[in-house]
Design a protein around this ligand. Structure first.
Ligand SMILES: Cc1cc2nc3c(=O)[nH]c(=O)nc-3n(C[C@H](O)[C@H](O)[C@H](O)COP(=O)(O)O)c2cc1C
Length: 182
């Protein structure tokens, strides 16, 4: 098995980061992986913000949690039970803003996976995080999109949390029932 196959097969969603920050080189490598993603007609319908400001990530986490509570009490109770954080103490968030054009959702998803696999290949924990849209729906949403440097008219595309993993995890079982060979 080559190194790329190993990275793909060993990737898992990390939900227990330790607080140690990433190095500048790691952050740059994540940004590079993001920008290398393919997109329909090479439109690159995104803006990528790599957030290592822990205070900002924590503020967004707290606001996102309030949105969870307002939307669904049961979900809120579940989040509290598993640690009370929607960003799992990650020291780095790669936030992807989308221009909302046709194929942008797919393109931003592919970009997310590029970042996740680059992180995995560097031995870093990572999780693609749709819940990162929640703080943007809060009362402070506009303030956050400004702090995250969303270009005008851009909306949440996706996010990836990255950091050093505390405990590691086995990748999910492959469901071969979902494959046909014709
Ligand atoms: C588009 C997308 C959004 C996701 N959003 C979240 C999220 O907000 N929080 C989270 O903990 N995991 C999130 N995940 C991770 C999935 O829950 C995870 O990929 C799935 O359970 C399979 O587990 P694995 O990644 O460990 O193989 C997301 C994954 C994708 C692809």
């Amino acid at each position: 098995m080559n190194a790329t196959q190993k990275t793909i097969l060993e990737r898992y969603s990390c939900r227990d980061f330790d607080a140690s920050p990433l190095t500048e080189e790691q952050v740059k490598t994540l940004a590079e992986a993001a920008l290398a993603a393919p997109s329909a007609i090479n439109r690159q319908p995104w803006h990528v913000t790599v957030v290592t400001d822990k205070a900002l990530i924590e503020e967004m986490d707290a606001e996102g949690l309030k949105v969870v509570e307002a939307q669904d009490k049961e979900w809120h109770a579940q989040v509290l039970k598993r640690g009370g954080s929607i960003f799992y103490n990650a020291p780095c968030m790669v936030m992807i803003a989308s221009d909302g054009s046709e194929y942008a959702a797919t393109d931003c998803g592919i970009l997310s996976q590029n970042v996740a696999l680059a992180a995995q290949a560097m031995g870093l924990g990572n999780v693609i995080c749709g819940m990162a849209r929640l703080p943007l729906l809060s009362a402070r949403g506009k303030e956050f999109t400004q702090k995250l440097r969303f270009p005008d008219g851009y909306v949440f595309g996706m996010a990836v949390l990255v950091g050093n993993s505390k405990s590691g995890k086995a990748p999910h079982d492959l469901d071969w029932g979902k494959v046909s060979y014709v």
